[in-house]
Design a protein around this ligand. Structure first.
Ligand SMILES: NC(=O)c1ccc[n+]([C@@H]2O[C@H](COP(=O)([O-])OP(=O)(O)OC[C@H]3O[C@@H](n4cnc5c(N)ncnc54)[C@H](O)[C@@H]3O)[C@@H](O)[C@H]2O)c1
Length: 432
């Protein structure tokens, strides 16, 4: 049997925003990259029979189930792909690893440090039997971001002094936007902090090769109470096309709710139950940090940056140069090389579409740009390659745990009036 005949049968849980993005990637990866194994989109799981059957058909999966335990225990599955909210990551991932399945789990790894620790421990045990686990911080796989990391690693920026990172969205500026799962602590763990702050924490640590050692933070919940999505009063969850109480997700992927609402409801216009519920997560988190290589950093994660839809921007200043990445121009990287003659110095705009650039040789001719969805194909490529070649994929569950420890330090600092909070070391860091 040639290595190309090896099949990896994927089972995916969750089929809304990330489920659709991952499906696109699993479908595409072998058509673009020459890999040592072929992906089969074997089984998809959701809680509602009609909807998951429809999703299987639409997204291209062979079969469907409403029972994730059946999926993780099936002898017909090699890889479990977890695309559900954070409250189910730990349970599904740990069961899948125990069943000997390779696991790709969406970020943030979990809702709490305790869950993330249990997941990292399960991944370490499974690794001894050749089972691989990876966390889905996809922005690492934007070619311009990978190139940024290469420039830093090659010493082209010299000593890193500053990291400036912002992830800005605006999808809940309207106070009538419903209380979807991302606004409930028991489902999401935290708000802007864990949802989008986690991305810039991982991205900046990946690019600089330095880890955040301590933080001082403020967080805020600007709108403390919101309409329930599809509450018992018959309130519609659809607000300006954002909310979706049927679990199918919204056009922008942010607002889907599972219709399970919140127990902390307030007000009852007609005596038939609550129509609003308390927002139990942060709307925005802002913090300063020290990195263990000596850099100073600032981070801003918010869902209240009016006009900013998915604005992710990172700037890194070193003793020899600066790099700037902006997701809205994701095929470009700005590079200032301070070693050039003074008369030639200035920011260079690198169009990251050459065959020499990370991930790009398999796509289109130079200058033919790629987009958001391609990063998921890159993620699928890296995971398939790691499984097939028996190597460790990154980011690992231990990396996911480390990001969770940073999130925890941010939350602790904010609770204590911004007092300095050290990031707890991970087990590997202690052992090192
Ligand atoms: N990598 C990225 O850039 C990125 C982007 C968006 C979301 N995410 C992460 O992906 C995960 C999912 O987010 P999303 O935006 O796709 O959410 P979503 O609301 O669009 O989809 C969630 C899906 O999970 C299903 N689901 C919920 N609980 C379930 C359970 N107990 N069992 C089975 N199915 C269940 C829902 O029915 C739905 O299909 C989250 O962890 C989120 O942080 C990552």
């Amino acid at each position: 049997m040639s290595t190309h005949d090896r099949h990896l049968r994927v089972g995916m849980v969750g089929y809304a925003f990330m489920g659709a993005a991952h499906s696109q990637a699993w479908r595409t990866v072998n058509r673009v990259y020459d890999l040592p194994a072929r992906v089969r989109m074997a089984l998809i799981c959701g809680r509602d029979t009609g909807k998951v059957a429809d999703a299987a058909d639409r997204l291209g999966w062979d079969a469907y189930t409403t029972d994730w335990r059946r999926l993780v225990e099936s002898d017909e599955i090699d890889v479990v792909d977890i695309c559900t909210p954070g409250d189910s990551h730990a349970e599904i991932a740990i069961a899948a690893l125990a069943a000997g399945k390779h696991v790709l789990c969406e970020k943030p790894l979990a809702n709490t440090v305790a869950e993330a620790r249990a997941m990292a421990a399960a991944a370490a045990t499974a690794r001894e039997s050749g089972v691989r686990a990876m966390c889905g911080f996809t922005y690492r796989r934007v070619p311009a971001v990978t190139l940024m990391r290469q420039l830093v690693a090659e010493g082209r920026l010299g000593t890193i002094r500053h990291v400036r990172a912002a992830y800005l969205q605006d999808w809940i500026v309207d106070p009538q936007f419903p209380l979807v799962w991302r606004l409930q602590r028991d489902k999401a763990g935290s708000g802007a902090l864990g949802d989008i702050g986690a991305h810039i924490i991982d991205l900046t640590q990946y690019v600089t090769g330095q880890r955040i050692s301590g933080v001082s933070a403020i967080t805020e919940t600007f709108v403390k109470e919101r309409p329930l999505p599809g509450g018992s009063s018959g309130l519609s969850a659809h607000v300006d096309g954002h909310g979706s109480a049927d679990g199918h997700g919204s056009a922008d992927g942010h607002g889907s709710a599972d219709g399970h609402g919140s127990a902390d409801g307030h007000g009852s216009a007609d005596g038939h139950g609550p129509v609003t519920g308390l927002v139990t997560v942060d709307d925005a988190a802002v913090f300063v940090a020290r990195l263990d290589g000596g850099a100073l950093a600032t981070y801003e994660a918010t869902r209240f940056a009016t006009g900013r839809k998915n604005g992710l921007r990172v700037e890194i200043n070193g003793s020899l140069g600066t790099v700037v990445f902006d997701l809205e121009r994701m095929n470009e990287l700005e590079f200032y090389d301070a070693t050039r003659p003074a008369a030639e110095q200035g920011f260079t705009r690198i169009l990251v579409t050459e065959g020499e650039h990370p991930y790009m040789s398999a796509w289109w001719p130079p200058g033919h740009i790629i987009g958001y969805e391609h990063t998921f194909t890159h993620q699928a490529r890296d995971f398939v390659e790691a499984i097939a070649t028996g190597t460790d994929p990154a980011p690992s569950f231990a990396d996911g745990l480390q990001v969770q420890l940073v999130l925890d330090a941010v939350a602790r600092s904010a609770e204590l009036g911004s007092s300095w909070a050290e990031v707890e070391p991970t087990l590997e860091a202690v052992a090192a």
